[in-house]
Design a protein around this ligand. Structure first.
Ligand code: SAM
Ligand code: DTB
Ligand code: SF4
Length: 348
């Protein structure tokens, strides 16, 4: 995908490369193929556009590929909370950190199905089941396969995030009716080692490959606000945008600083990035991954309505919907409905 990186100002006409628009060969390819790798320099240049120009470009791309007034709603449920063996520095579910999250047993099938029914009644189109595992053992996977089958039977799209998958596991999930598998790259390779040491970047890419090979939709994104530089944010976007095909869904999480986690101590409650930089990250994701659903993910509870509206303007077209993410809070559905009403947005 060729990107023009020259900085246009608000007084100059904005030239939209044809590859950004519907009708071009790139836009019409059946998969989300990036025709040539995007460089980190090119992506950083997008980050550094004047805000208004960046948003204009993102809106232009967004409107060429999506209905600008529709947002997809996914509801999350933690089916296995806490006690995780990994050391992800942001995560309240890691056993080694002293947070308020306890190690709980896996939820039973009836509870999961009842929660999914409620999510559907509230208007969600996708139900995402998350587990605090490094990866599932076969005895863990079997009950999850039942959950996937029953949630799918409710007429919801299904998504799981269970950690790293071994050979054959993605195929079992696909066969049970799993539509999406979420596995985040989290950050740029250069910053990764400061956040996680118990699995490496290649492990994550390998899991994404297994998901894709099994024929499932890939959901992969990352977290911003962890103390990474702008170049590292650009590095994360480069990794995601250069996946071939590009991810179907790209969650952009704003770090939720949870007491007891190393990143909470490191950030000390300070905002690592300004809201404009978060919106820029959404816009750059939209421009570089035109067909993907870009999800305004964790961190919405800490954001005001105006910032969220800017994220939609920048091309976000999916959210987590429901009072809880996995262990932390999310805006309640009445608040989200009121915001949608104000913005003229309807659920997809
Ligand atoms: N255990 C599995 C794994 O790590 O792949 C699945 C669940 S894990 C909680 C899913 C993702 O949630 C992480 O990769 C990370 O991107 C995001 N996440 C976790 N804690 C977060 C936090 N405090 N703030 C923002 N995002 C977070
Ligand atoms: C994703 O990218 N964000 C979600 C979902 N995928 C699994 C998780 C956010 C977790 C935020 C912290 C918590 O609630 O524990
Ligand atoms: Fe475990 Fe996932 Fe949390 Fe990492 S992000 S500690 S793997 S639950």
């Amino acid at each position: 995908m060729a990107l023009s990186t020259d900085v246009t100002t608000s007084v100059q006409p904005v030239t939209v490369p044809t590859s950004w628009l519907a009708g071009s060969a790139a836009a019409n390819s059946s998969a989300h193929l990036a025709t040539s790798p995007l460089s980190i320099d090119e992506i950083e240049a997008l980050f550094n556009l004047p805000f208004s120009d960046l948003i204009h470009r993102a809106q232009t791309v967004h409107r060429a590929h999506h209905d600008a007034n529709k947002v997809q709603l996914s509801t999350l449920l933690s089916i296995k909370t806490g006690g995780c063996s990994e050391d992800c520095g942001y995560c309240p579910q890691a056993a080694r950190y002293h947070t308020e999250v306890e190690n709980e047993a896996m939820l039973d099938l009836a509870t999961v199905v009842a929660t999914a029914k409620l999510a559907k009644e509230n208007g969600a189109s996708r139900f995402c089941m998350g587990a605090a595992w490094r990866g599932p053992k076969q005895r863990d996977l079997d009950p999850v396969l039942d959950m996937v089958r029953e949630v799918k039977a409710l007429g919801l799209e299904t998504c799981c995030t269970l950690g790293m998958l071994k050979d054959g596991q993605a195929e079992q999930l696909k066969k049970a009716g799993l539509d999406y598998y979420n596995h985040n790259l989290d950050t740029a390779p250069e910053f990764y080692g400061e956040v996680i040491t118990t699995r490496d970047y290649q492990d994550r890419l390998d899991t994404l490959g297994r998901v894709r090979d099994a024929g499932m939709n890939v959901c992969s994104g990352g977290i911003v606000g962890m103390g990474e530089s702008q170049r590292e944010r650009a590095g994360l976007i480069a990794q995601l945008a250069n996946l071939d095909p590009q991810p179907d869904s790209v969650p952009i999480n704003y770090l939720v600083q949870v007491e007891g986690t190393p990143l909470h101590d490191k950030m000390a409650g300070e905002k690592a990035i300004d809201w404009t930089e978060f919106v820029r990250t959404i816009a750059v994701a939209r421009i570089t991954m035109p067909k993907s659903f870009v999800r305004l993910s964790a961190g919405r509870q800490e954001m005001n309505e105006a910032t969220q509206a800017m994220c939609f303007l920048a091309g976000a077209n999916s959210i987590f919907y429901g009072e809880k993410l996995l262990t932390t809070g999310n805006p309640d559905v009445t608040r989200d409905r009121a915001l949608f009403e104000k913005l003229g947005i309807s659920p997809l």
